[in-house]
Design a protein. Sequence first.
Lengths: 274, 625
Amino acid sequence: MTTLVAAVGYRNLRDLSFGPLVIDRLRTLSWPDHVEVEDLSYGPISAVHRFQERPVERLLLLGATRRNRVPGRLYAFRPGRLPPADEVQRRVGEALTGVISLDNLWMICRTFGVLPEDVEILEVEPSEEAWGETLTPDVERAVERAIEWVRQRVKEESEPELDLRRRDEVLQVLFWMRGEGLGDVVRPAQITGFLDVSERDLRRVLAQMATDGLVDELDHGFRLTSSGLSEGGRRFVEEFAPLLRQGHGECNDPGCPCHDGDPAACWTRHPVSL
Amino acid sequence: MCFKNLPIEFDAQGRPSLKAGVRDPYTYRSVSLATEEDRIKELLARNGYIKDVDFDPVTRVAGALAFHSVADLKDRRIIAANSMATLFRGYEVILKGRDPRDAIFISSRACGVCGGVHSTTSALTLEMAFPVQPPPLGIVLRNMLLGAEFLYDHPLHLFLLAGPDYSESVVRATNPAVWEKAVGTGAAHAGIHGYRTIGDILVDLNPLTGKLYLEALHHTRIAREAYVLIGAKYPHPETTVPGGVSTTVTLHTLTEFFTRLQSFFDYSKKMITLWDDLTDFFYAANPVNRRVGVRPKNFIDPGIWDDPDAYDATYQHCNEWGERRWSTPGVVIDGEVVTTKLQAMNIGVEEFVEHSYYDSWNGHPMKTDPLGAPLSPYHMWNKDTKPLPTGQNWKDRYSWATSPRWDRKSVEAGCYARLWITAAARKLPDSRFIEATGRSLKMRLPKSVLPEMEIEWKIPEEWNAFERNRARAYAEAFTALVTMENWLRAMELLKRGETRVSTKHQLPTKGRQIGAGFWGAGRGYLTHHMIMENGAIANYQILTPSTINASPRDPFGNPGPYEEAVLGTPITEEFRRQEDYKGIDILRTIRSFDPCMPCTTHVHVDGSDRVVSREVNTCACGLDD
């Protein structure tokens, strides 16, 4: 689960630089492991490619857009319906030629199906758009409020919810390591090598799993209990089912019915069940 | 003797000089456009079927372009055309007084599409001025970078910007009879591109949803990935420096580059056969299409992709290293190559501002080039950019583009000029993949998933919108193969242990130095001219392909390339009522040039300091008062 906090805007264009300047500030703060902070002002088409390569589950997008409202006021909203295709194509034309715009970014990314469902936009109404490195006082005042808005949104995704996801992943890792002969008893440091989680968060999750009877805490690590083994196996198979099917047209199981002349009956063509 | 209008002659050794006895050799008289303007006004007033057709902005082109035309809907032809660059590009002003090394990074920002070409052209300009000569691997890597940039650029234009003009959704609306024919017409190269009928191709050219559109989007990514392996960033690279590139290249880098380059061999086969089929179909469906976007076969191109054994960064040897480029520099007039010498190309260029929002400049500081050849006061080394925003008037000033001319003729820039000159001049270096025959370029695209394929781009009999697009598809193959040649050369250099990628340079801090960068963008001609004084830029001039193509009338009354091509264009569009007329032939014509206006225009000067980051509406209607 990744939440991306991103900005769009021109640098050195006074209030139109609001997004990138807020991102500069956000980068100096510490965020939970699942939160990434990035300036997406390098063009919507490249942003499409970025999301194709590294999808996110949640996007918080910041920028400045002139819509003739009160200068310096912040407006938070979820993007609405896409405009007609002609309009989107016009914006693709703009995007390909270097126009940086918050609307272009979400419209184009959504058109090509790379945005997560969960997108929130925070935009400020700019006052001045001339050359310059600084924001106008009205918009400058909005920076702290924007940072607070991001903090609140990130907090909304509660730790318990995140920990549930982490528990799933830990179960799978422990199951897989056991199956591969990498060890029944595993230290937290071994697990963090596979998962995007800090050791501190991981220890909290493991402690809860021990309470729930999924792992035993031993002197030198953690070991799956029998119910942990069963849970871990189930989740692992669900997660990797597409990869556990037959590969390269081969079946290495001499007991499989496909060796009796019925290829369709091959076990490897059907989901594995434990 | 390549000049017909400028008073320049050549001696037996080919050295240019001013013709003897010519007083005021560069003086000229401006032709008034008032009579023509009055005639058009009268036609408009007297005939209901003569209509103003304005596009403001022209969409699906990069940046701020507006176009005014007058269409005779009865005779089905365009009788007046004016191309307007609607924003001012201030880079020449921004660069004055700066450390020349800043130019590499600042000029790159002239364009969000192809900034890398400006960085490189700046680097070449600085190399000439300092001077500094890059090592072989530095030159080869630069060639590969620019190859990757064009591999990105051509499909982007053909499928995402120009392609929609030929898509089902547009053709159904503007040429329904043609659409009917397309559905029932088999595609000659179905075995290669996979489309059974022309109708199937048109459907997949539909914007946003068509498979060809989406596939191009995907390929732009692959080319960018190849670029950043060496350039670190795109469109504004971080590794371009005077004297080469500032990156470490290993066998691993080259292998990664190759895996991306390889995919363009098959993609080129597909692009070429698609655009061959499309072009041939449109000609057959309506032979009048051969006249869409027609203009004289006049081209200019500085060439690109240097031979590391020839390039020494000096103006003194520019004719020699220029002719050793993978793409031969030169000028084509009426279909014939009149020169392949960079010096002759350079001294023949002048920029006029009679119909642009610039004040003329006085003075003629450089009367000769560094080799002693005569230079016009209107040449870029003598030019001073003096913005003069005024009201718009077709008789007087109507564009932020200048009117660049070669030998006072309107010439066209484009990647196809590269193909044309290279094919005709037959100066191409020995190649495993490409052969210039004098009338064509034969190219051998290696086997990938598709089998090896021989293709041949023939210099076309007629020059129109369709041939521009067709040639751009062939330019993808040409680019891929030149890049492959350079990749092989890079491997060879690594094998020999010649791993140096740059030469240390010294910034001159005293005196006057002169430099020029002769290079190319995806859409053709690109030059930078610089004069340095005491370590700072005294004058910097950027001349881009779209400034050349979008230029307004020159003082001699000749239209710029877009204008000239639209003026020759018949109306093939089907419409019942005049108000249904959409002007697709005009749009196909303009877009066939691959207009890219960001480098032509940028900042709106309107008595304020407001910066315009997208197009402004110039309201072309009724603007002649």
